[in-house]
Design a protein around this ligand. Sequence first.
Ligand SMILES: NC(=O)c1ccc[n+]([C@@H]2O[C@H](COP(=O)([O-])OP(=O)(O)OC[C@H]3O[C@@H](n4cnc5c(N)ncnc54)[C@H](OP(=O)(O)O)[C@@H]3O)[C@@H](O)[C@H]2O)c1
Length: 228
Amino acid sequence: MVSDRDGIKMKAVITGANRGIGLEFCRQLSGRGEEVIAVCRKASPELESLDVTIVNGIDVATEQGIAQLKDRLAGQDIGLLINNAGILRSSTLDNLDIGAIREQFEVNALGPLRITAALVDNLQAGSKVGIVTSRMGSIDDNDSGGTYGYRMSKAAVNIAGKSLAIDLEPNGVSIALLHPGYVRTDMTGNNGLMDTDESARGLIAIMDRLGLETSGRFWHTNGEELPW
Ligand SMILES: NC(=O)c1ccc[n+]([C@@H]2O[C@H](COP(=O)([O-])OP(=O)(O)OC[C@H]3O[C@@H](n4cnc5c(N)ncnc54)[C@H](OP(=O)(O)O)[C@@H]3O)[C@@H](O)[C@H]2O)c1
């Protein structure tokens, strides 16, 4: 999937790589021979056991983290960038935790935008960017309310992804907004309808099929297109 350019192997960069869905992206992509750069705040033993290059100490919500990542990846061709790092904090109407809402914007919405912007020079014609968003950010699909900060931050990253698709089209770079399903990870307290292997497999298949003609769309891991 991550094609060669002039004989140079392009790399797959994954954020939030130390656990959950991000770790599984790293496992599956390295397992099929991709050169994976796993980006995290702190590596886990599971990540360290994989055949990947680890970039530690990167907080996607900070200026410093983004600058460090840009610096570490300078001059490297990225064929696939998966902005996966994310957080979920509760916020209800009678308990609006504004600080937590802001924090979710920083990580879930601004993180993918800042990282993609910082790495634009590493992306080549044919490169792909996946943004792991959530169906919780779909306005059409919202029939249960609540979860203000998470829903708002994921809706925000969806529109950022659509703009990225338009802005990066002349560069030949395509973008996919990716809903991983309801997945058993730390984020869900290990509740869910599927494990990370099924979720990551579906999302990688979507990225494999992605091209400029399908750029800027919102996908469920099962291959269905989701409403905004
Ligand atoms: N699980 C689901 O059902 C589900 C459903 C819809 C969407 N998603 C989305 O899928 C993505 C992965 O979630 P998951 O279920 O795998 O959750 P997870 O197990 O909680 O993993 C979250 C990952 O994001 C990283 N992260 C959080 N804040 C960060 C920051 N400021 N800087 C760098 N890394 C940070 C975490 O690193 P640390 O270990 O350093 O905290 C961890 O690697 C998220 O974007 C989430 O919103 C998940």
